[in-house]
Design a protein around this ligand. Structure first.
Ligand SMILES: *Cc1c(COP(=O)(O)O)cnc(C)c1O
Length: 404
């Protein structure tokens, strides 16, 4: 067997979730079974006592109770740790649960200040404002996609910085290196939601970030059939904090969902490659369409963060998400367009194998007022598209007829 350490990320992902059981008399399954057991037995109480500390007498991971960890989630967490180049990972029942635990693990206390991108995912802003603000945490929302982000951080002196690799729906990028450097200078903990990019496009820990979170409901699960989240930590100290909060909060990933997440990981590279290629073709097509006023996609040379994308993302790939403004910038036109689609699904999620189209003002940005949407630069004719893995000609044909 070749040394795993030398394998490319694509090979590692494909072989994640291979069984960790030792050979069975009946033959060893190539794919790890689903470990549904809530509790685990040991030969002696002494061994059980040791297992509570997390290891067997031989130093292997040991399990006592499912909420503390089990072989299924452990495998998924190890695969994500390798994929992100972290010290360890903890899985959760949803992306929001992962974000909640990451903020707590970062050491948020009354009087602390969280500096976050103003165009974060709506529910994340909701978590900050509805859960942390009433506890005496100051929430500062700023444009962190600007070239002078270091000055903003210096000025605000936050305790925690929270950004997304690529924003929704206008697909703006943040300069991970500039943010982590400025954060380190003031001792702030950095957290990035890398849901839109996954470790296949960028590995934020290599850019100095402390915690990487994902809604694995999206690209990592990838098939629109399971909900989950994960926090990958750059350090052991933060990792044990995340684990402690996972155990206390109890928002764990079920072994059944974990099985689907690990299966998703095996095809992540193939899917993201195809989704990125499809998105690039769709962006070019829309750019030339008379019914479209503007296209937002980091792969387009006129996108303000095209150069930044070239520096941060896997060469030649810019992700599967794009947005565009209909020339007729009204809600009615957006609804008419979406109701006319025959292949692309008008559904609210992203990162699935299907091409998905949403109207942000009624979904991800539902709680924002018209004025707030305007300030974010989201027009009334804005449509977000998550490219699937269908044959691109079919997607383009559907868009063409619906735009017509
Ligand atoms: C979907 C999403 C979340 C929330 O994840 P859930 O799995 O729905 O809880 C967080 N951040 C981003 C960027 C997302 O797209």
């Amino acid at each position: 067997m070749t040394n795993k350490k030398d394998w490319d990320l694509e090979t590692l992902l494909i072989h994640s979730g291979r069984t960790t059981l030792s050979a069975l008399p009946t033959g060893t399954p190539t794919v790890q079974p689903i470990h549904a057991s809530t509790t685990y037995l040991y030969d002696s109480v002494e061994a059980l006592d040791k297992a509570f500390e997390g290891t067997t007498p031989e130093g292997e991971p040991a399990f006592v109770y499912a909420r503390h960890g089990n072989p299924s989630t452990n495998t998924f967490e190890e695969a994500m740790t390798t994929a992100e180049g972290g010290a360890g990972a903890v899985s959760f029942g949803s992306g929001m649960a992962a974000i909640h635990a990451a903020i707590l693990a970062a050491g948020v206390t009354p009087g602390a200040k969280i500096l976050a991108s103003k165009d974060l995912y709506g529910a994340t802003i909701g978590l900050f404002q509805k859960v942390f603000a009433p506890q005496g945490v100051t929430i500062v929302l700023k444009d962190l996609c600007t070239p002078d982000v270091a000055e903003v951080i210096e000025e605000e002196e936050p305790d925690i910085i929270f950004v997304e690799t690529i924003s929704n729906p206008l697909v703006k990028l943040v300069d991970l290196d500039a943010i982590s450097t400025a954060a380190r200078a003031i001792g702030a903990v950095t957290i990035v939601d890398s849901t839109f990019t996954t470790p296949f496009l960028v590995r934020p820990i290599e850019h100095g970030f402390d915690l990487v979170v994902h809604s694995t409901t999206k690209y990592i699960g990838g098939h629109g059939d399971s909900t989950g989240g994960i926090v990958v930590s750059a350090t052991n100290a933060l990792l044990s904090q995340v684990r402690n909060y996972a155990i206390i909060l109890g928002a764990i990933l079920s072994p059944f969902e974990t099985h689907l997440m690990t299966r998703g990981l095996r095809t992540l590279a193939l899917r993201m490659e195809r989704q990125s290629q499809n998105a690039a073709r769709i962006a070019e097509f829309l750019q030339q369409h008379p019914a479209v006023a503007h296209v937002y996609y980091p792969g387009l040379s006129e996108h303000p963060h095209h150069e930044l994308a070239n520096r941060l993302l896997r060469p030649g790939l810019y992700g599967g998400l794009l947005s565009f403004d209909l020339k007729e910038q009204t809600r009615e036109a957006a609804f008419r367009f979406m109701d006319s689609l025959q292949l692309c699904l008008p559904a609210t999620t992203l990162g699935d194998v299907f091409t998905l189209v949403t109207y942000p003002p009624i979904s991800s940005h539902r709680t924002q007022t018209k004025r707030e949407l305007q300030e974010l630069g989201i027009s009334e004719g804005c449509i977000r598209l998550s490219a699937g893995i269908e044959h691109c000609d079919d997607i383009l044909q559907d868009l063409e007829q619906a735009l017509g």
